[in-house]
Design a binder for this molecule. Structure first.
Ligand code: ZN
Length: 224
């Protein structure tokens, strides 16, 4: 365990909840921040709060509705129909331009005020729907930029960067929170907690990963 403080950028979804418990295992003192950025399903923030309380983690919500209004996207615009697949050209309209950059930059300022150097984000380049701000190169670049911007030595951690959804479920299981992640988090683009609506792109990715992991686990147990 690292004898230091860590701040998790926390949305209340599968990935960041897994990261929250990963941070609890790896660090002595865990903080979490969530953002209200004009997302249609603000319920995710309250779900995040409940899980953070349960985990005994210091939790704060910040309001940054401007981010949803700056870039046109279907996660914050209720009148827009959500892309169900990644289009052949360009990005799905679920992409919120600049979101992870803003989230991490704000988190870094918050962290620095509290003497926190370690930041955790649940982005993954493996199952990433084409979002450029989920890629490793972006995170590494931002890490350098944040350090230069504030003359401070941040360390950005991305425990999910090189693992797929099935392996993310496996990690949750190893951390003892598979059921919690499955039942109490919100990943669904239609705002339905737990196993979700089952047909939006986010549910598909999450559920396919879960089924793959559960099948692997069952096969392993059979062999044992
Ligand atoms: Zn869904």
């Amino acid at each position: 365990m690292i004898d230091d403080k860590v701040l998790v950028v926390y949305s209340g979804g599968q990935d960041s909840t897994t990261c929250l418990f990963w941070a609890k295992r790896e660090f002595k003192e865990v903080y979490a921040v969530s953002y209200r950025y004009g997302q249609k399903h603000e319920i995710e923030v309250e779900m995040a709060r409940k899980i953070a309380e349960k985990a005994g983690v210091s939790f704060e919500v910040m309001d940054i509705p401007l981010i949803g209004r700056l870039g046109h996207n279907s996660l914050t615009d209720a009148t827009m129909v959500m892309d169900q697949e990644v289009p052949e050209k360009g990005l799905p309209n679920t992409f919120v331009p600049g979101r992870n950059m803003f989230f991490l930059s704000i988190a870094a300022v918050y962290a620095r005020e509290r003497g926190i150097r370690h930041l955790v984000t649940g982005v993954s380049q493996t199952d990433y729907s084409g979002y450029p701000d989920c890629r490793d190169a972006f995170i590494k670049s931002l890490n350098v930029t944040l350090n230069l911007a504030m003359d401070y030595q941040f360390v950005l951690h991305t425990p999910l960067m090189w693992i797929d959804k099935a392996q993310t479920w496996e990690l949750a299981d190893q951390l003892g929170v598979l059921d919690l992640v499955r039942n109490e988090t919100l990943t669904c683009y239609n705002g339905i907690p737990g196993d979700g609506c089952g047909h939006c792109p986010s549910c598909k990715l999450r559920n396919e990963g879960l089924q793959k992991y559960l099948a692997q686990k069952a096969a392993r147990e059979k062999l044992a």
